[in-house]
Ligand binder design. Sequence first.
Ligand code: PLP
Length: 381
Amino acid sequence: MAASESAFLDLANPGVRGLAPYEPGKPIEELRRDYGVEEVIKLASNENPLGPSPRAAEAATAAVQAGHRYPDGNGFELRHAIGERHGVDPGRVTLGNGSNDVLALVAQTFLGPGRRAVFSAHAFAVYPIVTQAAGAEARVVPALPAGHPEQPRGHDLEAMAAATDESVQVVFVANPNNPTGTWVGGEALRRFLDAVPATTLAVVDEAYFEYAVEEADYPDASRWLDDYPNLIVTRSFSKVHGLGGLRAGYALSHPAVAELMNRVRQPFNCSGPAQAAAVASLADCEYLERSVALNTEQRAVLRRGLEELGFAPLPSAGNFLTFDAGDRAAELNEGLLRSGVIVRPVDAYDLPGHLRVSVGTPVENRTFLAALSRQLHGGTS
Ligand SMILES: *Cc1c(COP(=O)(O)O)cnc(C)c1O
């Protein structure tokens, strides 16, 4: 007897039944295949346009030579390097196959049917996915209004604190948030953490931490682990470290929380090349400084260019800008793809008509702005 599609659907976990898969940025090869364009510029996944640190690439290549050996499942060297970077005991570090994996570990460990997670509207897509996959209930808190003077569409921390009662196991805060780019200041974040019940885990996702150099009040929540035993801070090697293709990220937490997450963590979730590259990248301060400086400079260029074209990008502390392209968003996106430029429509984040563009190299940003201008004003491409 052939099972029908609906029979398999019934077989799936209730949380999985209503789930839509995460939609990543279009890969370069896909654009080449589907649109026949040779030269492709990808500004769709907030990657470091400089590529990885040469020292990280070298370390990963060397590790590939030992690819027949399982990696260190405890990630001794990397956890110690991370511990040193943050001045915390390595027992507080949980490694992930990207920080996405760590967010999934939080959900697997602490969420489930009859449990609840709180996060903001327009927040990172992984929070709703891991919450629903675990069969838990999502309490989505409305974001600040589009007309807010400082953080339009940003997290409303006061409303999030009000929604986080003792029936909530996990609350997610993205700082800065993707795709809005908005951020929360240190004082506001501490007030929020003071208000969250001690029995609720507060996850502060700092995937773009390194880029937030111009925001004077932007906090490093990893320094507050002793003040808030229920705090989990996540970081990624996919953004400023330029290692998205290798997959490494981590959580910092109370050692007891780390120990629980390590019970469900796949022992080899962080590959040998990923661990080696991450250790080398943490040590390459020159590369990191250069990456951040390029982003700060080029994010301003990109913002000015978009404003000159009549758009008003949201404030951003990350390596991307999101702007409302209104009714023409789909058409503009299609035109950009035909010109070989990949950006990211973010309708799925309850931001209809919005496009997100990552900060690229000077040439990439100029090419994007020129292609967008041609789409808006006509002319040949
Ligand atoms: C990109 C991103 C991550 C993590 O990505 P990984 O590649 O899994 O490390 C986490 N949070 C936010 C908000 C992101 O944008």
